[in-house]
Design a protein around this ligand. Structure first.
Ligand code: DX5
Length: 228
């Protein structure tokens, strides 16, 4: 089973100092960086093109993953890999042929992953576990940070973890959650089987700073995950 990993969403940072923010997140002890890529069509928001991500690639050795909240992930996949993302997360809801899209990403030399919106059942990914290294269960509606954690997603997190365990893929496939994750909500997600936790606003609103916020979420998640 993969260890617990804490990853920030870059969405809430002050974009006027994006480079410094990436360095501060690295110094705060996060395990990887998640870029929330939005096209203004799949979700009503517009964020990072590949060139923005590429401009920060040399600032840290941390893995970059792109959460592609876009209608046509295949069309942009190679640009995000070239920009330095080694994992691309596509939405099951945006892929007419999910397997093919994942194979395109794998053929680019990146790890592929699938995100499920709150209304999409876990069964949407049961046929692609052999291709991915991560399933992302959204615990908010995609598009914006600062939303409330949807606790009723926890049975779906557990169902995805169970599918992975039943296929003996726990060492290969991670369960990630994203949306409303904080020291208060992370234990429910981790106890349900999530081992990669995406946090945005909770990291930046901690009065004791980023390092404290990362540490608190990591400790809470680790004890909850290990208590399963
Ligand atoms: C939604 C985004 C957010 C972001 C994290 O599309 O994916 O979930 O990463 O936002 P917080 O942690 O502020 O809820």
């Amino acid at each position: 089973m993969k260890p617990i990993q804490i990853a920030p969403s870059v969405l809430p940072v002050d974009f006027s100092r994006l480079g410094e923010a990436i360095c501060e997140l690295d110094q705060a002890g996060v395990d990887l960086i998640q870029w929330d890529v939005m096209d203004g069509q799949f979700v009503p928001n517009l964020t990072f093109g590949p060139d923005i991500i590429a401009s920060t690639r040399s600032l840290t050795k941390l893995q970059f993953e792109a959460h592609l909240m876009v209608l046509t992930p295949e069309a942009m996949a190679s640009r995000y890999v070239e920009a330095g993302c080694s994992r691309l997360i596509v939405h099951a809801e945006a892929c007419a042929n999910l397997r093919h899209t994942l194979e395109v990403i794998n053929d680019l030399g990146a790890a592929s992953a699938v995100a499920l919106n709150p209304e999409t059942p876990a069964s949407a990914v049961c046929d692609v576990l052999d291709l991915v290294d991560l399933i992302l269960v959204m615990t908010v509606r995609p598009g914006f940070g600062g939303q409330k954690y949807i606790q009723t997603m926890e049975p779906k997190i557990a169902e995805v973890r169970q599918m992975i365990s039943s296929a003996n893929l726990d060492d290969k496939v991670n369960v990630e959650v994203d949306g409303g994750i904080s020291a208060e909500t992370v234990s429910g997600a981790a106890k349900s089987g999530a081992n990669i936790l995406i946090a945005g606003s909770a990291l930046f609103r901690d009065p004791k700073g980023l390092t404290h916020a990362v540490q608190q979420i990591r400790e809470t998640a680790t004890s909850a995950f290990n208590s399963r």
